[in-house]
Design a protein around this ligand. Structure first.
Ligand SMILES: [Cu+2]
Length: 127
């Protein structure tokens, strides 16, 4: 009886540990990043209040960055950098390697209010 309990406990722990691994692996555990950049989306009563900070990001070609997108309040934003595969969401950080030199414009992907269309950000990748 003790043996059956022991085997059942071991099996239970094995199942539990395998579930934990798949849920807890995060991007920064898999990929080593050169830099972490947090972008915050701001909104407000006026159009001028709508912006991303920083408004410009400069990377070196080949640099791997972990991007985190946050909001200053409960208004949600997203960013799509045109000409790249980089799309940011507040749900999870995104790891991106800048392989192509150029200047890419990022636009807010979520209709966030009166100043939504003015929410732009520049991604510059230098040699
Ligand atoms: Cu928006």
């Amino acid at each position: 009886m003790k043996k059956l309990f022991f085997i059942t406990t071991i099996l239970f722990l094995l199942i539990l540990s395998s579930c934990g691994q798949s849920n807890t692996i995060t991007t920064d555990e898999i990929v080593e990043v050169d830099r972490e950049i947090t972008i915050t989306g701001y909104t407000g009563p006026d159009i001028e209040d709508f912006r991303f900070e920083p408004e410009e990001i400069v990377l070196k070609k080949g640099e791997t960055v972990k991007f985190t997108l946050k909001t200053d309040n409960n208004v949600s934003h997203g960013i799509q950098f045109h000409g790249t595969k980089l799309i940011l969401s507040e749900r999870a950080p995104e790891v991106y390697t800048a392989n192509e030199v150029g200047e890419y414009k990022g636009l807010c992907t979520k209709l966030c209010g009166i100043g939504h269309a003015t929410m732009t950000i520049s991604l510059i990748v230098e040699e």
